[in-house]
Design a protein around this ligand. Sequence first.
Ligand code: NAD
Length: 248
Amino acid sequence: MSKVMLVTGGSRGIGAAVAKLAARRGYAVGVNYRTHAGAADAVVADIQRQGGHAVAIQADVSQEDQVLQMFRTLDERLGRVDALVNNAGILEKQMRVDDMDADRLLRVLSTNVIGAFLCAREAVRRMSPRHGGQGGAIVNVSSAAARLGSPNEYVDYAASKGALDTLTIGLSKEVAPEGIRVNGVRPGTIYTDMHASGGEPGRVDRLKSVIPLRRGGSVEEVAGAVLWLFSDEAGYTSGSFIDVSGGT
Ligand code: NAD
């Protein structure tokens, strides 16, 4: 029986790369998407062409009822989850703090923190021996912004990723005795559509000169770090973070 991985926001960018690499490593993959069914189906088709097993599952991770339904669907279609990647995240337009309204902060926290919390909770409810599970692992996709603070751009986003890191630390200690490892990956500046949603499609290239490795990262380079955290080699690693940020 294949191990089961759920990747939130798996239809594109880092999530799609994680889903494809996980399938190549033998996982049956639940590819969560919020709105882009066609893109999620394309990821699933790609995995199936390579001989892997995947299903697309719609849910807005910020909505509790949708998260509950997503995990029920995963239970039915692939089985009990062994590995969760909390990858879904949003970034709003670059802005100074004086122009931000509270609704923006609530939107960002809803996906980046509440979404990750709800999915982690549902995963723990399946992985923990307290609920008949056999352990598992969770990786939260944070950001270098959690350490840098993103002044003049998105302090709200940076604060949400800081909260996600603290959730990672707390959860890792709480569930480690139950055989569940929880870690984080902090990407730096990666070539994906996210920078366009931040209002600046050319941002990665603009930042090259301040990135020590002098380039943006690829989604595959992030996916490699995520998959390592699920590997047997990472069996003694929990509550840790891998920075995939070109030395930033
Ligand atoms: P992306 O915008 O291409 O992908 C994000 C995915 O999350 C999309 O598929 C989107 O539909 C999905 N999503 C957003 N809100 C959702 C919700 N409420 N429910 C379900 N799905 C939702 O961006 P990406 O760069 O691939 O980002 C993936 C993760 O990596 C995010 O958490 C992001 O914060 C983080 N990250 C990215 C970078 C970067 O440079 N690209 C840097 C640091 C961290």
